[in-house]
Design a protein around this ligand. Structure first.
Ligand SMILES: [Zn+2]
Ligand SMILES: [Zn+2]
Length: 131
């Protein structure tokens, strides 16, 4: 049995794979149901409108989308800015472009890193020389 503090309300609870307590999970499920209801009635709503029409805040809605709890394919206006470039996005932290660019950069970075290794060693040995 592992006790943990709920990530949301801070209450101690019996951790069972979640990082929020059962009452917060329940609360979140209620909010998701509210948001879905609202979107069914207002398919063209944006996140601000949904946060005004339900008990969920803007941040909570974005958080739910990022965690994949809300799927928005049918709701074109439910977008939030990409963390990198600010373009409207509907899932994850980054827009499609940035996600692609970033994974390309990571691959390049890996290549660069392995190419840089000998250079780094040279630099270390030259550390005490006057340059
Ligand atoms: Zn809680
Ligand atoms: Zn982006």
């Amino acid at each position: 049995m592992a006790l943990a503090n709920c990530r949301r309300c801070g209450r101690l609870f019996n951790k069972t794979g979640h990082d929020v307590c059962p009452s917060c999970i329940h609360e979140e499920e209620n909010k998701i149901a509210e948001i879905r209801d609202y979107l069914r009635q207002h398919p063209l709503a944006n996140i601000y409108e949904v946060s005004q029409g339900t008990r969920a805040t803007y941040e909570e809605i974005v958080d739910l989308i990022r965690r994949g709890k809300l799927l928005l394919r049918q709701y074109p206006n439910m977008t939030y800015p990409c963390e990198r470039c600010g373009a409207p996005t509907q899932s994850g932290q980054l827009c499609m472009n940035c996600a692609q660019e970033l994974s390309a950069e990571i691959q390049m970075g890996e290549r660069k890193y392995s190419a840089k290794k000998p250079y780094k060693e040279n630099r270390n040995t030259g550390f005490y020389s006057k340059e």
